[in-house]
Design a protein around this ligand. Structure first.
Ligand SMILES: NC(=O)c1ccc[n+]([C@@H]2O[C@H](COP(=O)([O-])OP(=O)(O)OC[C@H]3O[C@@H](n4cnc5c(N)ncnc54)[C@H](O)[C@@H]3O)[C@@H](O)[C@H]2O)c1
Length: 330
């Protein structure tokens, strides 16, 4: 490379650094404006939430419907989906449920086509469904590792492929990735989960850059990285320093992430500094901090969801797989 080219690149880099100072100031100013003045409206939008049949997904359905969105819930658990429809309807909202196994790419495409026909083009896609193995790497069965990637990562590719084209055509849309803090920092006994969530974070960032580079500035993406939440998914985990998050708080922050077009929602927000430390400190120092926070033993008591709910999942996942073409319920 010629010296002149290097010099030009360095000047451009310096210019970009100076411009980014402006954006730091902008972020500080935006940070002090009350959120109420900055939220966008989702009234009349179609919002599709995967894993809407329980936990954070159900709360997101309720909150989006409360803001006037037409909500579509996708879940492998038909009973959970039904309950979400019941709760949204009881609160005066509109909700359609489709039983979909996110491990089945063809089913995703097929049901996506039905949603477009029966409800309309999707404006907000929330890739929220997730599963966890919760064992030492060496003890994790291959099937569970594969399934973890299918649900936590690959399904995001298929759902986004299904709904993004209409968002791009309208230059209006939002793709939300519910990842995890485990998508920014490794955790022992969560190797497949962390790797799948790191991949989801990478997917969001690359998609956002691609949309920007291609000039689709009306299509937004948000990635959500929360610490443990008391939904049942991580039942039994120990948290010595940080409190386990309340589902209601997490769901409200995700909704604000969407309404404020935030790029990333880290919960609790101070954890962003912990993540920064990981990259600044020597690994041995970062490991001491990991241990001081109790990260190394957090998964020791992990039980996950109760046997009853797992059984329910198996039942809906097995013989009734054809329900992925399930009838919408209003
Ligand atoms: N609970 C936590 O501590 C925690 C922490 C950080 C991030 N998260 C992430 O938040 C998201 C929501 O988690 P949650 O705590 O509400 O869990 P949850 O178990 O209550 O909800 C997950 C939903 O996904 C559905 N699902 C699972 N496999 C599916 C499949 N193959 N096809 C369709 N649906 C499927 C389940 O039926 C369930 O309704 C997940 O992505 C999870 O990884 C959770």
């Amino acid at each position: 490379m010629a010296a002149a080219d290097v010099a030009l690149s360095l000047v451009k880099l310096l210019g970009a650094l100076i411009v980014s100072l402006y954006y730091i100031l902008e972020a500080l100013v935006v940070g002090i404006i009350p959120r109420a003045f900055m939220r966008k409206s989702v009234e009349g939008d179609v919002a599709l939430v995967t894993g809407g049949g329980s936990g954070i997904g159900r709360l997101l359905c309720l909150k989006l419907a409360a803001r006037g969105a037409k909500v579509v819930t996708w879940d492998v658990n038909a009973t959970g989906n039904d309950e979400t429809v019941r709760q949204v309807s009881a609160a005066g909202g509109e909700c359609w449920a489709y039983t979909v196994d996110l491990c089945d790419r063809h089913s995703i495409y097929k049901v996506a086509a039905r949603v477009k026909e029966e409800v309309g083009k999707v404006d907000i896609l929330v890739n929220n469904a997730g599963i966890v193995t919760g064992r030492n790497f060496i003890d994790s069965p291959d099937e569970l590792i594969l399934k973890t990637f299918e649900v936590n990562t690959l399904s995001h590719f298929w759902t986004t492929k299904a709904f993004l084209p209409e968002m791009i055509s309208a230059n209006k849309g939002h793709v939300v990735t519910v990842a995890s803090l485990a998508g920014l920092s490794g955790v022992n006994k969560l190797s497949d989960y962390c790797a799948s969530k790191f991949a989801a974070v990478g997917f969001d960032e690359s998609l956002r850059l691609e949309l920007l580079v291609e000039g689709h500035t009306g299509v937004h993406t948000t990635v959500v990285c929360p610490y443990y939440i008391s939904t049942g998914m991580f039942d039994g985990v120990k948290s010595s320093l940080f409190p386990i998050l309340k589902p209601e708080y997490v769901a409200s922050e995700v909704i604000d992430g969407i309404l404020l077009n935030r790029y990333i929602v880290i919960l609790p927000s101070f954890c962003r500094f912990m993540i920064l430390l990981k990259y600044i400190l020597p690994f041995k120092g970062a490991y001491q901090i990991y241990k001081a926070c109790g990260g190394h033993i957090s998964m020791d008591g992990f039980q996950g969801r109760s046997k009853d709910s797992q059984q329910q999942l198996k039942m809906t996942n097995g013989p009734e797989k054809q329900k992925s073409q399930g009838t919408p319920e209003v």
